[in-house]
Ligand binder design. Structure first.
Ligand code: GTP
Ligand code: NAG
Ligand code: NAG
Ligand code: NAG
Ligand code: MG
Length: 393
């Protein structure tokens, strides 16, 4: 009996589909690797089910209602440096964070700008929250290029950075922004009575419901700094940052904390070229567009002296030192590394990288996928080094 060719083709397709289906069900899953085992670098702990962190937690309650006196809120703010033109991106980021967290806690927002905020910016952002919004102008002396920067040397240096394809190298405002985030924001008079902040940039995303007060978590569990993402930096943007740091340490060995993260800062095994080009620094850093932190650390003598040393050296302008490596080196040297916390439960994205935990509280991201886009981005993730040298705390 002859079977028509299309029917044969259909039958074959059905068999293939069936085999694929069986394979999906019965194929052995990739072995899960544990810390200490060979191949640890490839294992992503975000694949494991994630709940709330251990430790003391304060959950949402009517003590967090907006505008009440003696609320359960502590001395903290959501903080954003942002331009008027970025209002729509800011609204989007606020909407995510209000939906997943802040509508339960109503912490105030504080916005900073080097020019006055427009009425449009104020109206649109205040409309996104029941909490108070404050709009602050940055004083000129915190923003402008310091007097000791040599303009000719700056112009020459920018040419070299552009040859190295360093993004935004020729935008003065980008250098100013990095310097302000490194050593100025916490000196703004509007923050004089604020201890903790959560930094938020326009256009970022938050994916997971978080039901406890993260600021209280920091305070009650002795945490100084919280991060979600750990990345390598472009070494060409910071060739003399580590050498300047070593000069500073030679003058001030007393600032180094006994439980520091020096091994994480100086690792040369995972990405030897980066360490070499950065003259001894792995370039691994907390990606600072997300940070939840205690400003007492930035205001400490150790960090303040360190920032002033770097500022005098000029690398915020002659090179393109970012606030992420500067914060990270400061923390890695002068803070107890057990006081640095990985907020694995906060689903977060700043394109193209993300932190996506495995939890039914999260919507809109794929657990365990640390980047979106081309696979070459994978190698930029340096969390495995943090886990290796410090842990998952
Ligand atoms: N007011 C103000 N805010 C700025 C300025 N430059 C940067 N920012 C803000 O500083 C933050 C970081 O700047 P971005 O341009 O996002 O820098 P980035 O995250 O390194 O780069 P992207 O990958 O392009 O996002 C954002 O919140 C910006 O809104 C500026 O000149 N004025
Ligand atoms: C205010 O917020 C509501 C709800 O999110 C939104 O629908 C509305 O468009 C907003 N209004 C303005 C002026 O942004
Ligand atoms: C808030 O924190 C700041 C800075 O640490 C401190 O000076 C101030 O006294 C605190 N205020 C309250 C009400 O706790
Ligand atoms: C926090 O640190 C203080 C002082 O070092 C200590 O007394 C306290 O027990 C610590 N609390 C927690 C939860 O670790
Ligand atoms: Mg950005």
């Amino acid at each position: 009996m002859a079977i028509a060719r299309p029917v044969r083709a259909l039958g074959l397709a059905a068999v293939i589909m069936w085999c694929f289906f069986l394979y999906q069900i019965f194929a052995p899953s990739a072995p899960i690797r544990r810390p200490g085992e060979v191949g640890w670098d490839e294992y992503d702990p975000n694949l494991e089910p994630t709940g709330e962190p251990e430790g003391i937690l304060m959950h949402a309650s009517n003590e967090y209602a907006p505008g009440i006196e003696n609320s359960a809120r502590i001395n903290a703010t959501l903080l954003a440096l942002v331009r008027n033109e970025e209002v729509d991106g800011m609204v989007q980021a606020m909407r995510d964070l209000e939906r997943t967290w802040n509508h339960k806690f109503n912490y105030p927002w504080t916005f900073f700008n080097d020019v006055p905020f427009s009425e449009e910016f104020k109206t649109k952002t205040q409309n996104e929250t029941k909490a108070e919004c404050k709009y602050e102008l940055i004083p000129k002396e915190h923003w402008e290029m310091p007097s000791w920067i040599n303009k000719d040397l700056y112009d020459e240096s920018i040419k070299l950075l552009l040859d190295e394809k360093i993004q935004y190298a020729d935008k003065i405002s980008y250098h100013q922004m990095c310097r302000w985030n490194s050593g100025m924001f916490y000196k703004h008079p509007a923050l004089a009575d604020t201890q903790f902040y959560w930094r938020v940039e326009p256009n970022v995303h938050f994916f997971c419901d978080v039901d406890y007060d993260v600021f209280r978590y920091m305070q009650d569990n002795n945490k100084t700094y919280g991060f979600t993402i750990n990345l390598y930096d472009a070494p060409q943007s910071i060739p003399t940052l580590w050498p300047e740091t070593l000069k500073f340490l030679a003058e001030h060995p007393e600032y180094i904390h006994e439980n520091n993260a020096m091994d994480w800062l100086t690792d040369s095994i995972r990405r030897p070229d980066h360490n070499k080009k950065a003259n001894g620094y792995s370039t691994c850093h907390f990606w600072s567009n997300f940070e939840i932190a205690d400003m007492r650390f930035w205001r400490s003598k150790a960090y303040d002296d360190y920032f002033n040393h770097l500022d005098r050296a000029g690398g915020f302008f002659y090179e393109r030192w970012g606030d992420a490596p500067v914060h990270s080196i400061g923390l890695g040297l002068f803070e107890d590394s057990s006081r640095i916390h990985w907020f694995r439960d906060i689903g977060y994205q700043h394109v193209p990288f993300l932190n996506c935990p495995n939890s039914n509280k999260c919507k809109g991201c794929t657990a365990g996928k640390p980047f979106e886009g081309e696979s070459f981005l994978q190698k930029e993730d340096c969390r495995p080094n943090w886990f290796k040298f410090v842990g998952m705390g």
